[in-house]
Design a protein around this ligand. Sequence first.
Ligand SMILES: NC(=O)c1ccc[n+]([C@@H]2O[C@H](COP(=O)([O-])OP(=O)(O)OC[C@H]3O[C@@H](n4cnc5c(N)ncnc54)[C@H](O)[C@@H]3O)[C@@H](O)[C@H]2O)c1
Length: 330
Amino acid sequence: MTILVTGVAGFIGMHVAQALLARGESVIGVDEFNDYYDVGLKQARVDRLTPHPGFSLHRLDIADREGMESLFSRHPGIEGIIHLAAQAGVRYSLENPYAYVRSNLMGQVVMLEGARRLTRLRHFVYASSSSVYGANDKQPFSVEDPVERPVSLYAATKRADELMTRTYSHLYGMAATGLRFFTVYGPWGRPDMAPFLFASAIAQGRPIRVFNHGDMWRDFTYIDDIVSGVLAALDRPATPDPVAGGDTAPHRIYNLGNNRPERLLDFIAALEDALGRKAERILEPMQPGDVPATYADVAASMRDLGYQPTVTMQDGVARFIAWYRAYYGV
Ligand SMILES: NC(=O)c1ccc[n+]([C@@H]2O[C@H](COP(=O)([O-])OP(=O)(O)OC[C@H]3O[C@@H](n4cnc5c(N)ncnc54)[C@H](O)[C@@H]3O)[C@@H](O)[C@H]2O)c1
């Protein structure tokens, strides 16, 4: 199969592309290599993919209509799309809201317009986020819960992506699945996220800022479990929900989390163990746009996708730090 993967130079995109290539798919990768974080890391990720004969790379902004239309018209045989390109990050959405509008709203519509015209497309899989649960306090977060109280523009754009995709699915009968990822970590991870920020601060002997005075819980999910969930979703094109009152469009949404929230302080302790160094903690109040706890209900993902997270926090952190040491020569 030929699969279009957007955000291929990103953390999740690179791992997903690698897994697709390993099982014999052809991957058309798209990324604009923006400088939200170290472009060198993005390039190093893609350098792992480019030697593969089944991989091609296109440096493109997904919000660039003409550029993307031209790409779609040159590749009418695309059978699957895994759309991961987005402006990610909760806190940065307070600083630079327009980056989210461009990549996550305009970009999503350009992707949907391209996808609906592909006659051989079997499934459009796209990234959403646990942040759509916003101010919900019912735990664990279930895909059945209402999600009308976002607390960041990032979350609002991800929820908008779900609604816009549902609309296209309804209008054009396009099978589409949205995946709400929960705090993904692991080798080649994102330098703007807590696991990476903490690891580099501890490794360099800098203090770490711990928000909400450490009373934070996260459903940390190891990258390999996420990749398995993404591929399982791709392989099962969404169908209308047969349950009375369920969605009549072939559109589904699933949580991909670990179903086991960890206290942030325990995660930090695991990093300290793996790095063999203690962290100096600066306890700070809750940050605007942030939420104190995320906890995924993955019952529907297990039932429909066969999703089963397997990597424990200790193993995951050890693997992440092994990569970190090798990559940065620590
Ligand atoms: N990592 C997580 O914990 C997490 C959690 C929830 C949701 N997500 C979502 O999963 C997806 C992948 O996340 P990630 O962690 O790999 O992020 P990432 O930032 O590492 O990857 C995103 C990639 O998309 C590219 N990109 C951004 N805007 C683009 C545009 N307009 N055109 C082309 N390329 C563009 C970036 O250059 C980057 O390489 C994103 O949609 C993100 O919102 C991630």
